[in-house]
Design a protein around this ligand. Structure first.
Ligand code: PNS
Length: 168
């Protein structure tokens, strides 16, 4: 019996993409037929990188995956999942994430009962990684080598240096 391909969505802000995100994306790409990485491009939130920059960095970082594509979305994630005909939302889960992630998963289930949420526990070596922490450490001069793709790290340092120049 043939089955139809399973398409899932990996959502996030990706400001910027880290090896933690790529770990979840690569594991989803092994588990499912098609992965759509959904970059939240909500204009009201303040981000270090623009939507176009985040999309560009992710597309470059995901270029090696044959079954992954990167798209921007606005509005509700569940609407995007329906537009994409995706069966599930796949998210990485760190120790401290559970309560909020469960709340979002249950709200999303109410909005779109046909779209499941699947949690992948983060790889222990990457469990402490978060874009916000990487940005904070880098902005204070800490070394973030190995925590994010090298071209993304260089763009981050460049952006932070530009900010320091404009802020002084
Ligand atoms: O990387 P983040 O910041 O954890 O990503 C959060 C994101 C973009 C996945 C989340 O904010 C989201 O789903 N936004 C879309 C708006 C929406 O659907 N809100 C209702 C969630 S229950």
């Amino acid at each position: 019996m043939t089955r139809s391909p399973v398409r899932v969505v990996c959502p996030g802000s990706f400001d910027p993409v880290t090896h933690g995100h790529l770990d979840v994306i690569s594991r989803a790409a092994r588990l499912y037929d098609e992965v759509v990485v959904a970059v939240g491009v909500n204009v009201s939130k303040s981000r270090l990188f623009t939507a176009d920059e985040r999309l560009e960095m992710l597309r470059e970082a995901c270029a090696g995956f044959t079954n992954v594509r990167v798209e921007g979305f606005t509005g509700l994630l569940t609407d995007f999942c329906r537009q994409q005909d995706a069966q599930a939302i796949v998210k990485g889960l760190r120790a401290g994430d559970f309560d909020y992630e469960l709340q979002m998963a249950q709200m999303n289930a109410r909005l779109a009962p046909e779209v499941e949420t699947v949690f992948l526990p983060t790889t222990p070596e990457l469990a402490y990684l978060a874009s916000s922490l990487v940005k904070e450490v880098a902005s204070l001069g800490g070394d973030v080598t190995g925590l994010l793709p090298e071209p993304v790290r260089l763009r981050l340092l460049d952006r932070l240096a530009g900010r320091r120049t404009t802020e002084t």
